[in-house]
Ligand binder design. Structure first.
Ligand code: AMP
Ligand code: MG
Length: 529
């Protein structure tokens, strides 16, 4: 396959703006955008674009040669200073429920789509700059993004992909040379930070909120048009749009969402802001804001300080909240179907029940068991309780469990030594419960006749060793803010093979050091980005 030598050779087929109606107003001013799905708007030029990092796997998706990705032109285009041939920038209109309340029009306030690239495999990939300036949807904000949040989005999108979690991708991280004012904790201490732009890449960036806003405005013709467009573009296997196909489509969205959340629970990812405007219709993880990775297993944890009181989007509630969001999507498409019951039935079967089945299967795989049996339910519930009862590093626990030789009658639990944050919590009571649980686990393994080699193989393919621990990413940010991007490149590389243990990467597989426990950016984040 020949690769592309210049960004001007990218092949664009901009279906979204060709087939859906545009905002007739062209001034870049904040407004309510009615009877339209998007506004034409150009990125704001910046002073001094500088490439910090490029993900080569994403460049490959776009057939870009490596030389292109280090060129000055690449920096200019992906900072928003130049449009390559075929790029037609636009921001889309969506609404959403934020923390349970209908928020009206939101939209791409700091995201500008550049168009849809068709690669040599005939796949459509939408390119989207995040942090490239104001749009009609920016409301009272500046449309910009700071370096710290851009590093977080860039690294985590790619890490998630390599972990096998459905996600939007990140092509590039480019510094703008501009300063951006941010009050990181909304406490009256704003500071100037470096600006950056991430180029995100996905089959589509359509969110639940894109449909919700149209129904909320009773723009039902456009609702139908947008749903039909989405089905033809991204769900063509379902057939030509019709009321029956709308139901099939909702079923597919329910299934994909269930799969995505099961992956989040598997790897210990907490999104932080699961508002309906942050839910992808393709079941992709989207909008990396105040997300975090579980250190000690804690169902009640969220890194998002904005949600510290309500605790709506904590680790243990992500499945429930995704179900709530799907119910809002169902409400939005009722006018197309005119019946509530079939939507409710799909939600129950293909989300709630399906999630439960997938989750049980995933948890048995985390334990190296080949199948899920009724009796495993108690084994799993009791394990969750055990993990929750003392501060246990989730990632290390499962990797170390795989290292214990369960074929021995008197198995040696030494591998667990490294998994606890507060060893003083390990009282007799806990130790007894742990031993009792391990014996039940051993019994179950013996009944299943799985060999120790097969067990650890399945476990190590399900339980990652290298995840974007909050403090690891923060260390890369600290260096990046001083102009040193080497740690970003290193982490990008480490996260490429998250399941394969490598002796030289030991320091990336360690539990959170004490200094990081209370440090801003490591354990606490806000929506300010
Ligand atoms: P989020 O909670 O980050 O998903 O964002 C909610 C809404 O706020 C979306 O419509 C975003 O586009 C918008 N938004 C967030 N940050 C900014 C910003 N710096 N400038 C303009 N709009 C923003
Ligand atoms: Mg968002």
């Amino acid at each position: 396959m020949t690769k592309i030598n210049s960004l001007d050779e990218l092949n664009f087929d901009n279906r979204f703006i060709r087939e859906l109606p545009a905002d007739l107003e062209t001034k870049n001013e904040c407004r309510q955008v009615l009877n339209a799905c998007y506004s034409n708007v150009s990125p704001t030029p910046v002073r001094e674009p500088k490439i910090a990092a490029v993900a080569k796997e994403v460049a490959d998706l776009l057939d870009l040669r490596e030389e292109v990705c280090v060129s000055e032109d690449f920096a200019q285009v992906f900072a928003g200073n130049r449009l390559a041939n075929g790029m037609k920038p636009y921001a889309t209109c969506y609404g959403g429920h934020q923390f349970g309340e209908w928020a009206g029009q939101l939209g791409d306030g700091r995201a500008i789509n550049l168009g849809e690239v068709v690669n040599q495999q005939k796949q459509h990939w939408t390119l989207q700059l995040k942090g490239a300036g104001k749009t009609p949807y920016s409301r009272r904000s500046d449309g910009l993004a700071v370096l710290r949040s851009s590093v977080r989005e860039f690294l985590c999108s790619e890490a998630m992909h390599h972990l096998g979690v459905p996600t939007t991708r990140a092509l590039s991280l480019v510094l703008t040379g501009e300063h951006v004012l941010r009050d990181m904790f909304y406490d009256g201490n704003p500071e100037h930070e470096q600006g950056a732009v991430v180029c995100r890449v996905a089959k589509s960036f359509t969110r639940f909120g894109h449909f919700q806003i149209l129904t909320a405005r009773n723009d039902l013709d456009l609702l139908k048009k947008f749903v039909d467009f989405t089905i033809r573009a991204d769900f063509s296997e379902l057939g030509e749009p019709s009321p029956a196909v709308y139901l099939k489509w909702f079923e597919a969205v329910c299934k994909r969402t269930a799969e995505m959340i099961v992956h989040w629970q598997r790897v210990g990812f907490v999104h932080g802001v699961m508002n309906t405007d942050n839910m992808s219709i393709l079941g992709l993880t989207i909008d990396y804001g105040p997300y975090g990775w579980l250190e000690n297993f804690d169902l009640n944890w969220t890194p998002n300080t904005t949600d510290a009181e309500m605790r709506r989007y904590i680790f243990g509630k992500q499945a429930k909240m995704a179900g709530w969001n799907l119910a809002q999507l169902a409400n939005a498409i009722i006018p197309l179907i005119q019946k509530v019951k079939p939507l409710q039935a799909i939600l129950d079967d293909h989300y709630t029940q399906n999630f439960q089945n997938l989750w049980s299967k995933m948890m048995t795989e985390k334990l190296g068991l080949p199948d899920f049996q009724e009796t495993d339910e108690a084994l799993i519930t009791d394990l969750v309780q055990l993990l929750q009862s003392v501060e246990t590093d989730m990632t290390l626990f499962f990797r170390q469990l795989a290292k214990i030789d369960m074929s021995q009658t008197n198995f040696d639990i030494k591998p667990f030594e490294t998994v606890y944050y507060s060893p003083e919590q390990l009282n007799e009571n806990y130790k007894n419960s742990r031993l009792e649980w391990l014996k039940r686990y051993q019994q179950r393994l013996q009944e299943s006749k799985i060999s120790e080699t097969q067990r650890s193989k399945l476990m190590n393919a399900t339980n990652p060793l290298y995840v974007p621990r909050n403090y690891l990413v923060q260390l890369a940010i600290d260096n990046a803010e001083k102009g040193d991007f080497a740690e970003i490149h290193k982490l990008l590389d480490v996260f490429r093979s998250p399941y394969e243990e490598r002796a030289d990467l030991q320091k990336y597989a360690e539990k959170r050091p004490d200094w990081a426990k209370e440090r801003a950016g490591c354990s606490m984040l806000s929506c300010s980005s």
